[in-house]
Design a protein around this ligand. Structure first.
Ligand SMILES: [Zn+2]
Length: 439
């Protein structure tokens, strides 16, 4: 395969929605990018539409069931802060960055999910210290490229304020600009979380979310300037994309409260889970129900009867439930016995104490117990698509792709770099590629 570009820069603006398109096309740097870009305003995301599965899909072109990243966090019943799918080893099969590296290209990634302990040349992985004895900087260093991260932390660490936004994205931006100028990677993956974070804590259309869009526009401008100053702008393909949208919520549904009442979850006198037969694992807007023993048909039938009752009344917050084969058809984890979808305005939490449904109060959100907006919903929900913008080397200008799917992005990137991702669930969007065929 021939290569269409020398440098591919993929910028993921987490939670960038189709509904944001009319806003960003008026912001100066997005506007400039769009002048010679091709794009799709309506990209269908995957199920469950949470960040880690989405980002694994973007670099593999496969559905969660096929790349193995079926949720943000691992199934660890009762753990208040479960581990995330941080490490590359969780991804089944090859990835865009592995193929780029094999082809001798220089690779870099900044806070790109599920890349910890990968072979990316310059890697600052997204990983949180979630044990009380862990130190954030040390955890990051050991899971990515130590010398590179030490260099970035020494130069820009003062911009950070823990994991808080917008400071974290400003640190990522400064590191991105520096990496472009000093390392010139052929493939660079950058993940910004400011918008997603503001939407979670302030709501989809909040002033805070709109301010994040404006900050993202400035970040885009600074990255483009860095490419120009480095003399590689004309040889670079710039991609700006989102992974999913978000929907506002006012109620939290805690199915494990019912599972505990019905004896499927056993707790000790300290309220800690000591055993479970069935457990509801949240993906925010949707959730999996796992059975410890998948052959426990008696429990399975009881839970199915419970779900049938719940979906009858809208106020229970469960819009519908899927069997494991139906979940598989949608690309989700078929190891779950059931998958449930939240009704608009609701989302799922794993708590097993208190009431089945909690009304979300502002104090809950301030103290980060609950959020005002979430991802994770079914791609079939209305107004829930994301965007894909491609511009520069290897891209034909001004083509609007009416619709595409998140699984098409990986194969499109592979075509740009002349790489092969093997068997994917998507296709390269050749309509927007400048294949150099002269007429
Ligand atoms: Zn996300």
């Amino acid at each position: 395969m021939s290569r269409l570009t020398d440098y591919l820069l993929v910028i993921s603006f987490d939670c960038l929605s189709s509904l944001d398109f009319p806003i960003i096309e008026r912001l100066p740097n997005f506007k400039k990018l769009l002048e010679r870009a091709s794009y799709c305003r309506n990209v269908e995301t995957i199920y469950p539409s949470v960040t880690y599965p989405c980002h694994a899909t973007i670099v593999t072109g496969r559905y969660p069931k096929n790349h193995g990243i079926v949720n943000n966090t691992l199934l660890q019943p009762g753990r208040l802060s479960p581990d995330w799918y941080w490490q590359r080893r969780h991804v089944k099969g090859t990835t865009l960055y592995d193929e780029a590296k094999k082809a001798g290209m220089k690779t870099a990634a900044l806070l790109w999910p599920v890349t910890a302990k990968s072979t990316i040349d310059y890697n600052m992985p997204e990983i949180f210290a979630n044990r009380s004895w862990q130190n954030q900087i040390l955890v990051s260093l050991l899971n990515g490229s130590p010398l590179y991260q030490l260099d970035m932390n020494r130069k820009f660490g003062h911009l950070r304020n823990g994991l808080n936004q917008p400071e974290l994205d400003d640190f990522v931006l400064a590191s991105t600009v520096e990496t472009i100028k000093t390392r010139k990677p052929n493939l660079m993956l950058v993940h910004f979380v400011d918008l997603d974070s503001q939407r979670h804590y302030h709501g989809f259309s909040s002033d805070e979310a709109m301010a994040a869009l404006r900050r993202h526009d400035e970040r885009l401008g600074k990255i483009i300037n860095a490419l120009k100053e480095s003399g590689i702008y004309d040889n670079t393909t710039i991609i700006a994309l989102g992974d999913h949208s978000a929907l506002d919520e006012s109620k939290a549904v805690k199915l494990n409260v019912l599972l505990k009442k019905l004896g499927f979850i056993t707790v000790n006198h300290d309220g800690k889970i000591i055993d479970w037969k069935a457990y509801c694992k949240s993906c925010d807007g949707s959730a999996y129900i796992y059975m410890k023993d998948p052959n426990d048909t008696e429990s399975q039938q009881q839970i199915e009867a419970l779900l049938e009752e719940l979906v009858k009344n809208e106020e229970n917050g469960v819009e519908r439930f899927l069997t494991s084969s139906e979940a598989r058809e949608k690309g989700a984890d078929d190891k779950a016995t059931f998958m449930i979808e939240a009704k608009l305005g609701y989302y799922f939490k794993e708590h097993f104490d208190g009431e089945y449904i909690d009304e979300i109060q502002i104090e809950d959100v301030r103290e980060k117990r609950y959020t005002f907006a979430s991802h994770g919903y079914s791609p079939e929900k209305e107004n829930y698509t994301t965007v894909f913008i491609a511009s520069g080397k290897g891209i034909r200008p001004n083509i609007e792709i009416p619709s595409m799917h998140l699984v098409d992005e990986g194969p499109t990137f592979a075509s740009l770099l002349g790489l092969d991702l093997g068997k994917t669930d998507g296709r390269a969007i050749e309509e927007l590629l400048d294949l150099g065929v002269s007429s």
